[in-house]
Design a protein around this ligand. Structure first.
Ligand SMILES: Nc1nc2c(ncn2[C@@H]2O[C@H](COP(=O)(O)OP(=O)(O)OP(=O)(O)O)[C@@H](O)[C@H]2O)c(=O)[nH]1
Ligand SMILES: [Mg+2]
Length: 411
């Protein structure tokens, strides 16, 4: 199908390398903050960039011909099709590995991996847009083929609007075009280009197909004088326009789509980590406030110096340990615990009351500074983590794609 995919390059080849570096740097700096599943996602993204694996997902309501389209594109039967709703359940992935010459000045042929994802109808569950499985697959896809079979229903429009929130480029595939006479087909095609629809889809992103045409009656005439007879024959599918559109899209924007989606996934992870940092910051502030109020009360009400030493010493030690546990970068301040111990001991033993108080004040100041240093280190980490880098690279890629490109929509 995609033999003509031979100049898979408009994005400078430096961009995948930069994206790869951003991923590696981020993982290295934030190893401790990342959950297992996020680390796995980063490895997956690295692999995706390395293999240049582009995912194309087919979406639409039940029975619009998603699986039929895949069969026609691949030229063989990959999945079952049928008139009853909900033939495809869950999602299935079909891989296509091809050789693509990256650019004229590049000597080596690159392997390009296309992944087609067939999904269950979005309205499969109870007539609502309940195809959560399908929507999850949409998040992973680099390009979406949204399949309709005539005028768009309200549910279809809602689904497209929802898919738009993932910032994925969409090709609208108007399948089963054979069911309409030429004039109706034109009218539907025009309606698909109305103002409301243009918010989501440009006219050049609409493609007409006939994936599995209805059988037609043909009359067989025999030259040997036998009586002619009528038989049912299924005409050839017509998905040429879609093939060409996919190929031209991948040729001009394939690499950009890939890098943009990897960066978007990285930004999602970075946002989650930043959220956790902010939560940590809130908890830190709340705990610091509780500790200091408790300590002040203890100092005011404690009848004995040793009791004051015990209470504040315990609180102080716990606080330092907790702050250091929360902010691993602050481990070097463990010596603060020594000051707490000396302060408590000298106060508790009545060795030098005044010195004990000064030490406790010094401790309080230092431990707050440790906590805030930890917070600032975390925030700087976030900043230096490539979040800005990822955003800047995405903006640069979108700027560099040709005018009229599907990616320009996300400027
Ligand atoms: N006339 C006509 N029928 C088509 C065309 N494409 C698919 N069909 C028929 O539409 C029905 C549904 O096709 P499928 O490919 O199973 O549709 P689907 O979107 O995968 O459906 P689900 O898996 O149930 O969501 C089948 O009976 C196909 O033969 C087409 O271009 N023209
Ligand atoms: Mg199907």
């Amino acid at each position: 199908m995609l033999r003509s995919l031979n100049k898979f390059e408009s994005t400078k080849s430096i961009e995948p390398v930069l994206a790869q570096n951003l991923l590696v740097n981020y993982r290295d700096i934030f190893q401790a903050d990342l959950k297992e599943q996020e680390l796995a996602e980063i490895s997956f993204l690295q692999e995706k960039l390395k293999k240049q694996a582009i995912s194309i997902a087919l979406f639409g309501m039940v029975s619009r011909g998603k699986t039929s389209l895949l069969n026609a594109l691949f030229g063989k039967k990959l999945g079952e099709t049928g008139a009853i709703n909900g033939v495809t359940q869950g999602i299935s992935t079909y891989e296509w590995k091809i050789s693509a010459k990256p650019s004229i000045d590049d000597q080596e042929n690159q392997k390009l991996e296309l992944q087609f994802i067939d999904t269950q109808g979005l309205d499969e569950v109870g007539g609502e847009i309940g195809g959560m499985v399908a929507l999850e697959a949409a998040k992973r896809a680099d390009l979406i083929l949204f399949v309709i079979a005539g005028d768009m229903t309200r549910l279809e429009q809602e689904a497209i609007a929802q898919l738009q929130t993932f910032y994925k480029p969409i090709l609208l595939v108007f399948n089963k075009a054979d069911l309409y006479p030429e004039s109706d087909r034109e009218a539907i095609y025009k309606a698909l280009q109305n103002e409301e629809m243009r918010k989501f889809i440009s006219p050049q992103e609409i493609v007409l197909t006939v994936a599995e045409p209805l059988p037609v009656k043909v009359r067989l005439q025999y030259s040997d004088g036998r009586e002619s007879q009528e038989v049912w024959e299924r005409p050839q599918p017509d998905v040429q326009a879609l093939k060409e559109r996919i190929v031209s899209l991948l040729n001009t924007e394939g690499k950009a789509l890939l890098v943009i989606n990897v960066l978007r996934a990285l930004l999602e992870i970075q946002d989650a980590v930043t959220q956790r940092h902010l939560q940590k910051l809130q908890t830190s502030t709340a705990i610091a406030a509780v500790i200091f109020v408790s300590e002040a009360i203890a100092l005011l009400i404690s009848p004995h110096l040793w009791l004051d030493g015990l209470i504040s010493g315990t609180f102080n030690s716990l606080f330092v340990l907790w702050a250091i546990g929360k902010y691993a970068s602050q481990k070097k301040y463990l010596w603060l615990l020594l000051i707490v111990a000396i302060a408590c001991l000298s106060g508790g033993l009545g060795i030098h009351l005044e010195a004990a108080h000064y030490l406790q004040i010094l401790w309080a100041g230092l431990s707050i500074s440790v906590l805030f240093k930890g917070i600032i280190t975390d925030i700087n980490h976030s900043r230096g983590s490539g979040k800005l880098g990822a955003k800047a690279l995405m903006a640069e890629i979108i700027q560099s794609v040709p005018d009229g490109s599907i990616l320009r929509r996300f400027q």
